[in-house]
Design a protein around this ligand. Structure first.
Ligand code: HEM
Length: 311
């Protein structure tokens, strides 16, 4: 029991709650519906003075990524999900790899794992309005949600790190940052079938036939007034903003056949030159993603054994 008198929430608690009653064998317990992408990150070098990370030095680096909607159902309709996501691992095959999993909201509704767990409980018991009323820190999230319009394409959304991190330079000096992937196209896209579970996936696969899809990776620097440990509060738009470079998405594939499927986009897999902030959500995320990954990796192996036995 913590000092606040509330038992800490474990990774098992989160994943048990997130997976729900019907286990989707072999799939992620959250963001189950998605697909793999790959391409290259063209780093501008604008952040090189703040971080020794290779991915932030000027150059072109391969990445593996994944686009997804929130939720535990791999066949949930794309267009009904309240949250869309972009996950990346830049320099996937080296110790320099930088993993990030970003969502469409710029802030969290609540600041701690315990309260996020309560929020998930409220969603499941249809008591969200009461939950928001009881938690004034949700105001910024609600303000964003009041004017957010889901687009017709993964290519035209804005994806946010939400949690803050530190960039660390060669002298060990730290600068708190958040980042976002901002779309570089105004082609709104065409949805063929609004009810299709993979409506957004189809749109994206069709779009890639015409050429790569690009995002600008924009970093926002914290000032002394910003608290890197509290992901509920937006940072002022007047804070310094720098472009780390361009994500160029060249290929996509369904997840079962893609290189992203076996990956865990753990936000704490960071290269030298990056460090986690004190935001407690980051630790809870790392633990929960590992637990979800353990469960689904085991199921995939069991399915392979079962398949082998039948051959
Ligand atoms: C305490 C808070 C959170 C918990 C417990 C949680 C839990 C999870 C779990 C269990 C997974 C599945 C991992 C896997 O099997 O690989 C997942 C995936 C994901 N989460 Fe979270 N999450 C939290 C907060 C966040 C936040 C703040 C963001 C955005 C900044 C985020 C973005 C994502 C994305 C993009 C994925 C899919 C990654 C992929 O494509 O593999 N999550 N989350």
């Amino acid at each position: 029991v913590t000092v606040s008198g509330r038992a800490p929430v474990s990774a098992q608690d989160f994943v048990n709650l997130q997976q729900g009653d019907t286990i989707q064998m072999g799939f992620r317990r959250a963001h189950a519906n998605g697909f793999c992408i790959s391409g290259e990150f063209q780093a501008s070098g604008e952040l090189a003075a703040y971080s020794s990370a290779k991915a932030l030095q000027p150059g072109s680096y391969p990445f593996i990524g994944r686009m997804s909607i929130a939720g535990n159902n791999p066949t949930a309709p794309d267009l009904r999900a309240p949250v869309r996501s972009l996950a990346l691992t830049i320099l996937p095959d080296t110790a320099d790899q930088w993993r990030t999993a970003m969502n469409t909201p710029p802030v969290m509704a609540v600041a701690t794992p315990e309260k996020f767990y309560q929020q998930l409980l409220a969603i499941q018991s249809n008591t969200v309005p009461q939950f928001f009323a009881d938690h004034p820190e949700t105001a910024h999230f609600l303000e964003w949600r009041s004017h957010y319009q889901p687009s017709q394409s993964y290519a035209t959304e804005r994806y946010h790190s939400i949690n803050a991190f530190y960039l660390v330079d060669r002298q060990g000096k730290r600068q708190a940052v958040r980042w976002a992937a901002l779309p570089l196209t105004d082609d709104a896209g065409v949805i063929a079938d609004e009810e299709a579970p993979d409506a957004l996936q189809q749109e994206f696969f069709n779009r890639l036939q015409q050429g790569p899809v690009r995002f600008d990776v924009q970093f926002t620097l914290a000032t002394a007034n910003d608290d890197p440990a509290d992901a509920t509060i937006p940072w002022p738009e007047t804070n310094p903003q720098l472009s780390a470079g361009t994500i160029v998405i060249e290929q996509a594939s369904v997840q079962q056949e893609g290189a992203c499927n076996a990956l865990n986009f753990d936000p704490l897999v960071l290269p030298a030159g990056f460090a986690p902030s004190a935001d407690p959500i980051l630790r809870a995320r790392a633990a929960a993603y590992a637990e979800s990954h353990r469960r689904r990796a085991r199921e995939v192996l069991m399915q392979q054994f079962a398949g082998g036995a039948n051959e």
